[in-house]
Design a protein around this ligand. Structure first.
Ligand code: GCU
Length: 442
């Protein structure tokens, strides 16, 4: 009997080990693999961006946006009412007195489809308007500013909520939830953060029902959460753009992973956004949808059944329902993500990557950026200005950053974000006039 129990125990341990190894070689965060640095040996991005002039690109831009809406992300939620329904001071001596922490409550939509969410807004004390970084995250505002008496996503008090468990930080990095506000203040930035799931929950059935209820007379409802979450960035800009403390010409959006995808969607649709930090966006972000490395359409929409009994979730609700039709036939998809990156142009964008984060596919992300570069150049900028995946140039309009390590937000990432943002949002009067980008064209 003892022997049988012993064998069963060891079999169980071996199975757990096998699952762990499987996850570590295939999964986002614990990756043991390295992304290849070789980019010249892959098929060209398809379809090729062949606009011969800026005018030609711009003439086709709206049509391309509509194709992405129809097939990939669903519509931009046009016409939703946005209201600031609450604003209160939480701490007027944040970071040793260097700034303030406020809480905003924003309502999107009206009637029974209305949704609200809270934003934690940290502003450095300054005698002039400050540039603002708006960050969307899966972590609650309680985790972003631990100890501050903010509202938890369930409407309760942060004081009654456990912080982010240590093992999460160990896996996903020190700054996966925590905002290093002293560092942002030291560079003169204000920082607004909110949890996307408070607006539209990241749960398939609930999300679909909530998005459907957002439809109304003359009001478009999102059909994918990425577009819905992206709209949250715009709602925050709506309520803050006339705030005299904020420099509304210098508003950046920042997101990690699924929120890096939605930060890109926001920048495509909301041209007030002056810079984008899209960190480890992967599939449905800056990585190629056709690449077989990392995630694929079928894995995204169906999830995966590991070893026959461990169900990994899929995320079909992030996308337009039509996207699921491309599972197993990505070659038929008429667009790929180099075109999506190009739709962000000429807005400066940082594409952050981790060498072990193969799931997010740093290699195809670089190839997509190379193919999108053409459009940044049509706008008269240098676009992607590096010789390879490791040649980071934070001052480039389209900047690709690769560091060692996995799917996480670490100090190295914060340093890269700040170097990029300082170059993308220069202080003084040297900010390009975005309403008149033609002046930049050759
Ligand atoms: C999953 C998903 C990715 C996503 C990531 C995240 O791994 O497959 O596409 O980027 O979650 O948001 O952390």
């Amino acid at each position: 009997m003892k022997i049988i129990l012993g064998v069963a125990g060891w079999t169980f341990r071996l199975i757990v080990l096998a699952i762990l190894l499987f996850l570590m070689t295939n999964c986002t965060m614990l990756g043991l693999n390295y992304a290849s640095l070789e980019v010249g040996n892959k098929p060209d991005a398809r379809p090729e961006i062949d606009a011969a002039s800026l005018a030609e690109w711009e003439a086709g831009r709206e049509g391309l946006v509509q194709t992405f809406e129809a097939l990939v992300y669903g519509p931009w939620p046009e016409g939703q009412d946005v209201q600031l329904v609450g604003r209160r001071m939480v701490d007027d001596t944040l970071a040793g007195g260097r700034g303030t922490l406020e809480e905003l409550k924003i309502r999107v939509g009206s009637g029974k489809g209305a949704r609200s969410f809270h934003v934690a807004l940290a502003l450095p004390k300054s005698d002039r308007p400050v540039p603002l970084i708006i960050s969307q995250t899966f972590a609650s505002n309680c985790g972003a500013f631990p100890g501050a008496p903010l509202t938890a996503p369930d409407g309760g008090d942060c004081a009654d909520h456990e912080g982010v468990p240590g093992f999460i930080e160990a896996i996903f990095g020190e700054f996966i939830a925590l905002v290093p506000i002293e560092q942002y203040f030291a560079h003169g930035y204000g920082y607004a953060t909110w949890q996307a799931g408070e607006f539209i929950p990241d749960r398939q059935e609930e999300a679909r029902a909530i998005m459907e209820a957002m439809a109304g007379e003359g009001v478009t409802a999102p059909t994918g959460t990425l577009a819905g979450w992206a709209f949250g960035f715009s709602a925050i800009i709506d309520v803050l753009e006339d705030d005299p403390a904020i420099d509304s010409a210098r508003v950046a959006v920042l997101g990690h992973s699924r929120h890096a995808k939605s930060a890109m969607v926001a920048a495509v649709h909301d041209r007030r956004i002056a810079a984008v930090v899209s960190h480890q966006s992967g599939f449905g972000g800056a990585a190629s949808s056709r690449s077989q490395t990392g995630e694929t359409v079928e894995r995204m929409v169906d999830g995966a059944d590991l070893l026959g009994f461990l169900q990994m979730p899929g995320y079909p609700h992030w996308f337009a329902p039509a996207f699921a039709d491309y599972a197993g036939r990505t070659e038929d998809l008429p667009v790929d993500q180099h075109q999506f990156i190009a739709l962000v142009a000429p807005t400066p964008m940082l594409l952050g990557n981790g060498r072990r984060d193969v799931w997010s596919d740093p290699n195809s992300t670089y190839r997509m950026a190379e193919a999108a570069d053409r459009v940044y150049e049509l706008y008269g900028t240098d676009g992607l200005d590096q010789s390879g995946m490791q040649d980071f140039d934070p001052a480039a309009r389209l900047s690709y950053f690769l560091r060692p390590g996995g799917h996480s937000i670490t100090q190295r990432d914060i340093d890269a974000f700040l170097a990029f943002l300082d170059a993308a949002l220069p202080r003084g009067n040297e900010m390009p006039d975005r309403a008149n980008e033609d002046s930049l064209s050759p």
